[in-house]
Every structure is written in C-alpha cells, then in structure tokens.
Design a protein around this ligand. Structure first.
Ligand code: ZN
Length: 461
C-alpha cells in the first residue's frame, strides 16, 4: 500500500516537473546545449521530452538487468534456485495480473474475456484450486454451459473443492431447468455438509417439487437438528408434508390424523382429520378437533366439516349446535358470514342482514355482496339487483393466497401452484387480478334459481 502510494506520488512529481521544465523552455524559446564526445548538440523542447523518455526506459531496463545479474551471480555462487526464483516471480506477477483481469471482466459482465484471463491465470499460477474456481465462475458469467460443466467436474474431483463444485453444478442444472440432476447434486451436497442451511433449503424445495415427501421429511429433520428452523415450524411443515403424502396416496387416514396432531391449527389438516373421524363415527373427537382449529382461525372449511357432523338436522338445530363455535370469535369475518348463512337457512333474512351490516357497510367483497343480494332478493328487489351489480366489480373474497407470490388458489395445497413454495398458503384477500372469480356463476345461479340461497362457501348445504 505504502509502496504503491510512494510510486504514485513520485510519478506525479516527475510528470509535473517535466511539464513545468518543458513549458519554461518553450516560453523562453531556449534550447539546451549538450557537449558529448567532443560534439555539441542543441536540443529543442520535443527532443528533450524524447530524451527523458529514453532515459526512463534505459533506467527501467537497467534495473531489470541488475536484478537478473544479481540472480545470475547467486546462481554461479551455488544458489541453484536463484534463477528459477527470478523467473517464477515474474510468472507469478503475470498470473496475478491475469487473475485481477478475470475478476474485473467478471464484474463488468464480460464473460469471454473473463474465461480467457482465467485460463491464462491457470497456466501462470501454481494454484490449481483457486484457478479452477475462477475458471468455473468465468464460464458461468460467459453462459458457456459446456465449459462450466467441465470446470465444475474438475472441482468435484478434488475433495477440497467438491462441495463448491456440487453447488455450482446444481445451480447450473437449475438454470437449465434440469431438476432431476439438480436434485441428485443437492442430495450429494447435503451428505457432504448436512448442516449447510443453503443446501438443505434447496434440497427441501427440490424434494417437495418432485413429490419426494419422505425425502423432504428427512431434510426437515436435518434443518431442525442444525438449528435452522424452530421446533414449531418443524411440526407445522411435517404436518403439511403428511397432508401432501396423504393426498398423493389417495387420502390416507392415518397421515391426516397425524398431521392434525402435529399442527392442530393447520386448517386443511383439521378439516380432513375431522372428515375421517366423522366417517369412522368418532363424532366427539371430530368436534374437539374442529373447535380447537376454529379457536385458532375461523374458516369456512372448518364450518363445512362441522356441518357434516349432522347433515340431516333442521336449520334451527344446526344454529344451536354452531352457537359455541360462533361464541369463540364473534366479530371475525368468517364467523359473521357463518352466522348470516345460518340465519338465512332458518329464513331469518332481517337477522342475516343485521349480522352482515358491518361487513356490508365497509369495503364489501364479492361474497358479502352476493350474500346481501340473496338476503334482499324477495323483500327488496331493487336493492338486491344493486348488490348483484356491485358483486361483479367488488374485491375478491378471501381465498388461499400464496405469501410468497400472491397467487390465489381455489383449494388449499401443500405447494403453491405458481411458485412451488411449500406451506406458503394463507387465508387472505387476494390482491392480484388473477383472483378466482367464481362470482359470475354465483350471480347467475341467484338470478336463475329463485330457491337458491346458498352462495359460495355456505356450510348449510
Ligand atoms: Zn407462490
């Protein structure tokens, strides 16, 4: 650092002095007379400048020759490595320059130049691991997949650079959308470094995308063991994986019930487990599960499962049976909607309208508008039509929305249909224009069927 600074300051002083000197001579129109070997030579300003440059060159060459001569002297005096050290020093300096050029070209995005300089540094420097890494990265920047594959293979062959080679090759396979090969590489990488957060995350994503639920469960256990995820997240994700497994195995009862045991507030697991228990006649167990989940998050799927406990009861009996559920979160949107639907089923339209009033007065979504249209259809035809018209342009009703990409889903799933994230769906109001708009069908049903009073998500079927 200090040497470089001294060099720069020296250079600036020389240039300044030379410029000043030449300017002075030019101004005065003087020349310099030199007496050498009995001759007198007169030099103008340009010749003086040339002379300076020649002298500098001679000085530089002289210093190089002195260095070589000293090395030769040491060699003659018995130091056998003196000459090779002299040339190796030069070679190393050139190699380091090539390495610097590679990094600069990579930063500038000039892949071709980066590859050429990386190859040069590999020839000049005796640092095979460093230059192999550099060659691989340069090939990636140059988007030369063949050269990159060869470079990563070389890294994988060396135990010291194997992990870097594997992750590099895996990223390359992912860029080429070759997920099978990427999965194999990720598995290999996780075996080498079972505590590495990045490789475990990538492996988990690839396993879930390929439907390898057993493998993903093992990776999840590794993430917990390495301390990358908290225990409650591990339990929830395990439940999501069990749900995925049970879906792919054609609704495997044991998995659904285990998923609910692991994560009682995972709505789809609670609803699915309750369904299985109802089919098996274990009504008390089903009620317990649904109440617990509702206490955590009121949701229409839970209400539908709760209604399925007694499909043939009267509307009044159903309202009585749902009362404890309503009391848990009386002001929650889903509770209010549920209460209105229960009242509609009993034919209590004024009561349903009163219940929905706070939601209808605020920024009513499509489902609220449709319910209001159904409630007012017989008593206030004009108001009903106004609600139908409003429903078409109203914001979408809550749906399963991906936390990562915002994509809304008709039904819950363990993986986002759009971005393949795992366990990313939450019950929320979609913000994108791609929200499922089943409202037109509902509106049509209302218009066509005078007896139809069960809009979307009604548990009172
Ligand atoms: Zn998504």
């Amino acid at each position: 650092m200090l040497r470089a600074l001294i060099k720069i300051v020296g250079f600036v002083i020389i240039i300044a002095a030379a410029t000043l000197g030449i300017a002075r001579i030019k101004q005065s129109g003087e020349t310099i007379d030199i007496l050498a070997f009995g001759y007198q030579i007169s030099l103008g300003p340009v010749q003086i400048l040339l002379l300076f440059m020649l002298l500098a060159l001679a000085l530089w060459l002289g210093l190089k020759l002195i260095g070589l001569a000293i090395s030769l002297w040491h060699f003659i005096n018995g130091d056998e490595t003196a000459l090779s050290r002299y040339f190796a020093g030069r070679r190393e300096r050139k190699g380091l320059q090539a390495l610097t050029n590679t990094l600069m070209a990579m930063t500038a995005g000039d892949g071709k130049k980066a590859m050429a300089e990386a190859n040069r540094s590999a020839q000049l420097l005796n640092a095979p691991r460093l230059t192999a890494l550099l060659q691989a990265q340069a090939a990636v920047v140059a988007q030369d997949s063949n050269a990159a594959a060869i470079a990563f293979e070389a890294l994988i062959d060396d135990p010291e650079t194997r992990f870097a080679g594997i992750t590099g090759a895996m990223r390359q396979r992912l860029a080429l959308d070759d997920r099978r090969a990427a999965l194999k590489l990720a598995e290999h990488g996780a075996k080498l470094q079972p505590k590495n957060d990045a490789i475990l995350k990538q492996l988990f994503a690839l396993q879930t995308q390929s439907g390898d639920w057993a493998g993903a469960t093992e990776t999840l256990a590794l993430q917990l063991k390495a301390g990358h995820i908290p225990r409650d997240l591990h339990r929830r994700r395990s439940a999501v994986l069990l749900m995925a497994k049970s879906k792919s195995n054609g609704d495997d009862n044991a998995s659904m019930i285990e998923a609910n045991r692991l994560s009682p507030d995972l709505i789809p697991a609670a609803a699915a487990a309750a369904d299985q228990l109802i089919k098996a006649g274990q009504i008390k167990e089903a009620e317990k599960i649904l109440k617990k989940a509702w206490k955590s998050h009121p949701h229409p799927d839970l209400a539908a499962a709760f209604a399925a406990i007694d499909p043939d009861e009267t509307a009044e009996d159903r309202a009585t049976r749902f009362a404890p559920l309503i009391k848990l979160h009386p002001d929650h949107r889903e509770t209010v909607v549920l209460q209105a639907q229960l009242m509609m089923a009993m034919g209590d339209m004024p009561g349903a309208k009163r219940a929905l009033k706070p939601l209808a007065e605020a920024d009513a979504d499509a489902q609220i508008c449709t319910l209001m249209a159904a409630i007012t259809r017989d008593s206030h035809a004009a108001e009903s039509r106004a609600w139908l018209a409003k429903a078409i342009s109203a914001p979408a009703a809550p749906a399963w929305v991906c936390d990562k990409c915002g994509h809304p889903h008709e039904n819950w799933g363990p993986i986002c249909e759009n971005c393949s994230s795992v366990d990313s769906l939450s019950w929320a109001q979609p913000t994108t224009h791609s929200a499922p708009r089943t409202i037109s069908a509902q509106v049509l049903a209302l218009l066509e069927d005078a007896q139809q009073t069960d809009p979307k998500n009604s548990p009172i079927d």
